[in-house]
Structures are given as structure tokens and as C-alpha cells.
Write a protein that binds this ligand. Structure first.
Ligand code: AMP
Ligand code: GLY
Length: 424
């Protein structure tokens, strides 16, 4: 079969790497892919948001199956267009992708179906939003309704900060149309857990939990990023049965009841509060860099799972994961998530251990040389029996990778390790 994966990050590399093992795939394409994906799939320089270009490519190259990974093409309806052309897909329809592309929609869904989340109000009028802030306790959380590259959430410690956030979103249109409507919500506290779930809308399979490290600097300081590293499983997550009953099943049922069944990977961003797990956000896709630590633990054939999700036969296949631990350290370009330079050559010392995987995110091949091309450059993943060994293995491997301006957090997994040791 001819299969195309849409996307270009470290998450897509992890997906391509898993799909490349499938004996059912003859040709694996990635649009647009990156410098590392190019060694496992045929990369084609068509942007993930070029819907027309992708559809034409699928028709010309007799694509039998498409895996649409990033949020933008999902929100733009790429799977709807491809399915209408007879190309089966992994990934939700645009209507189901609203669970991520509109926070107001997601919050309303949770309220109507009794799914635990922070209390909130939605505003499309700036003055009403400001009045609400003046009557609320602090801190308070201001969120742009639409997609904002992970930057549309402001945790305001003062009323002035909250009003500045409202004005930058609603008046100055910092996130364009995404911020014309804002969600203002209660500030929750507790460790965060990412939970990825395969679902075909009838049944579901929960993947091992993971823990992201979103801030750019050690000790969760610095700006919010796409994610600086992950570990899996997440030792703070002890609530699978509770989450299944109160969060996962009700969400899948709610999507069906709304007439927008969700098929694909549903990402639950949870916070373990003193009142139990609550949903901080839904994503309509695999997490990045969560996927980089979760997929190496998968025993089953990812392509078989993706096809079963599309044909709504997920209950007919076995899905299992290794009882191991993994850690991903993201190597970035100095300056990320702000301004940074690119184009620096990347070199690897010989002898990365067998249990280390190096997923490419912002890399490209220029005249046969591998160079940096983005903020997050590589995800270095190690899978071992224990968390401490996985963390050590990932950091050891990072010492053997070189490029100008290489930057990483040096505490990925530290909080998880403290928790793991406390449990013993
Ligand atoms: P989101 O884009 O909704 O995932 O938010 C990004 C990050 O902001 C989350 O991972 C949390 O760390 C933080 N956050 C979002 N909503 C809340 C909330 N209600 N209370 C506390 N922190 C939050
Ligand atoms: N790592 C967070 C996300 O993928 O949204």
C-alpha cells in the first residue's frame, strides 16, 4: 500500500519510524517531512496546510491511506476532503477537531456532559471580560479560543496582567481571529498528565501516560514552549479507572451525541487536582513530544491500529505496550521559543547506544549535509527498565550530538524521579 503521513516534526518522525516497520506498506511518503524523516520515508515538499497540493499528490501517487497528524490541517478539514476523494485517513473530521480548535466549544462540551474541568466563562465582548476579571479571585487564566501555537494561555497573577492579556487577544488581535473570543477560567493546581487515546468512536485504547515539560528553562521557569522533554509513564498518574469512567468514556460518548464522532488520537491534558483529575485541554491529535516517548513502547503494528480506527474495528485487534520507561530530551536552537538562528551543521559521534532513538524535528538536508532548521531540533529518546536509567541514557546520548547553539533543559524527568523514589 502507498501511505502518506502529513507533518514535519519530531512527533511525525516517531510516527514514520513506527509505520516503517509495517510489512503492509510498500511506499511511505511524508509531506513535507524533515532531514531525519528522509531516511525512513520519501519526503515531498508540500506544506501540511496546502490542502489542494496534498489532495493532488494523493491522486497522482495512488495513495491508499493518509495519516494526518498536525492540528492545522485537521482543523482545516483535510481528512474530510481526502475521505470524500476515497482516501481513508487516520485523523478526525474538522467538526470533531473542534475539540481542540475551539476552547469555548470544548469547555461547553465538558459543561454539558459533566466532564470535570476548571470552571469558566466565555466572552466575545472585551468590557464584559474585564468586568468578570474584576470580580474574580486570582490567579486567573485567560485563553484565546482558537489555535495559537501553544501560546494562547496566560496565567495572570494580577488583574492588570489579566486585562493586558484580554486586550492583546481581543483588541490587538495578537493571535488573529483565534483571540476574538476568550475563555477565562479558574486556576487549577496539581501535576499535569498527558494521556493519548486511540479511538474509533466505538471503543478506545489508552496509551501509557506521559509527562511533558513545557517551560523553556529548568525548574519550570522561562516561557511556554511546544515541549522541552517528556517521560513515560507519568508517575503522578494513578487514576486510569477514574479517568476512564469520568473523562475518557464520557468524552467519546459526548462527541457521538453531538453528531461529530471522534476517530483518531484523542489527547487528554489532565491536571491531578486535590478534587481528582480534571481536563485542562483536549487536543485532536498526538502530542509532541509525548508521542516520542509513547510510541517506542508500542508492541503492536501502528499501521494496523490506524486502519482499524478508520474502519471502526479497533475492538478486533490486540494493542499492547512494553512495561518499560522512556525519556525524551529535546535539543533546541538557543533562543527558542523566541528568536534563534538556523542553518548550523549537526554532527553525531559514533556509537549511540541501541536503546537510544534520535527523532528529528527542525532539521533539513542541504547539499547532503544535515543542518538545523527550527527551534526544536532533535528529540533524543532512551527506553530502559527504570526511569533513572532512561533519563541517564537520554542525557548521555545528548553529549554525543553537536551543533552550534545547542540548548536543552537539564532536568527532564527530575520531578518524576522524585515522585518515583517517594513511592518506593
Ligand atoms: P493549554 O494550552 O490549555 O494546555 O494550556 C497550556 C498550559 O497552561 C497547561 O499545560 C497548564 O500548565 C496551564 N494551564 C492551562 N489552564 C490552566 C488552569 N485552568 N489552571 C492552571 N494552569 C492552567
Ligand atoms: N506537548 C503538548 C502538545 O502536544 O500539545
Amino acid at each position: 500500500m502507498n501511505v502518506m503521513v502529513i507533518g514535519s516534526g519530531g512527533r511525525e518522525h516517531a510516527i514514520v519510524h513506527a509505520l516503517a516497520k509495517s510489512t503492509d506498506i510498500d511506499t511511505l511518503y511524508c509531506l513535507p517531512g524533515n532531514g531525519g524523516i528522509a531516511s525512513e520515508a520519501e519526503c515531498v515538499n508540500i506544506k501540511a496546510t496546502d490542502i489542494q497540493g496534498i489532495v493532488e499528490f494523493a491522486e497522482k501517487n495512488s495513495i491508499d491511506f493518509a495519516a494526518v497528524i498536525p492540528d492545522d490541517p485537521l482543523a482545516m478539514g483535510l481528512t474530510d476532503v481526502l475521505r470524500a476523494k476515497g482516501v481513508p485517513c487516520f485523523g478526525p473530521s474538522a467538526a470533531a477537531a473542534r475539540i481542540e480548535s475551539s476552547k469555548a466549544y470544548a469547555k461547553d462540551l465538558m459543561r454539558r456532559y459533566g466532564i470535570p474541568t476548571a470552571s469558566y466563562e466565555v466572552f466575545s465582548d472585551r468590557d464584559k471580560a474585564v468586568d468578570h476579571v474584576k470580580n474574580s479571585s486570582l490567579p486567573i487564566v485567560v485563553k484565546a479560543d482558537g489555535l495559537a501555537l501553544g501560546k494562547g494561555v496566560i496565567i495572570a497573577q494580577t488583574q492588570e496582567d489579566a486585562i493586558t492579556a484580554i486586550d492583546s487577544m481581543m483588541l490587538d488581535e495578537r493571535f488573529g481571529k483565534s483571540g476574538k473570543t476568550v475563555v477565562i477560567e479558574e486556576f487549577l493546581q496539581g501535576p499535569e498528565v498527558s494521556l493519548l487515546v486511540f479511538t474509533d468512536s466505538k471503543t478506545y485504547a489508552v496509551m501509557p501516560s506521559s509527562m511533558d515539560h513545557k517551560r523553556s528553562k529548568n525548574n519550570d521557569e522561562g516561557d511556554n514552549t511546544g515541549g522541552m522533554g517528556t517521560v513515560s509513564p507519568n508517575p503522578f498518574f494513578d487514576y486510569e479507572a477514574l479517568c476512564t469512567e469520568r473523562i475518557i468514556e464520557p468524552t467519546i460518548k459526548a462527541m457521538n451525541a453531538e453528531g461529530t464522532p471522534f476517530k483518531g488520537c484523542l489527547y487528554f491534558g489532565l491536571m491531578i487536582t486535590k478534587d481528582g483529575p480534571k481536563v485542562i485541554e483536549y487536543n485532536c491529535r498526538f502530542g509532541d513530544p509525548e508521542t516520542q516517548v509513547v510510541l517506542p513502547l508500542l508492541n503492536s503494528d501502528l499501521f494496523e491500529i490506524m486502519r482499524a480506527v478508520e474502519s471502526e474495528t479497533l475492538s478486533e485487534i490486540d494493542i499492547s505496550f512494553k512495561q518499560l520507561t522512556s525519556c525524551c530530551v529535546v535539543l533546541c536552537s538557543d533562543g527558542y521559543p523566541g528568536k534563534y538562528d538556523t542553518g548550523f551543521e549537526i554532527s553525531f559521534d559514533d556509537g549511540l547506544p541501541n536503546d537510544v532513538l534520535c527523532y528529528h524535528a527542525g532539521t533539513k538536508l542541504t547539499d547532503g549535509k544535515l543542518v538545523t532548521s527550527g527551534g526544536r531540533v532533535l528529540g533524543v529518546v532512551c527506553v530502559r527498565d527504570s526511569l533513572s536509567d532512561a533519563v541517564e541514557g537520554a542525557y548521555k546520548a545528548c553529549e554525543h550530538i553537536h551543533f552550534k547553539g545547542k540548548y536543552m533543559r537539564t532536568d527532564i524527568g527530575r520531578r518524576a524521579l522524585t515522585m518515583t523514589e517517594g513511592k518506593r
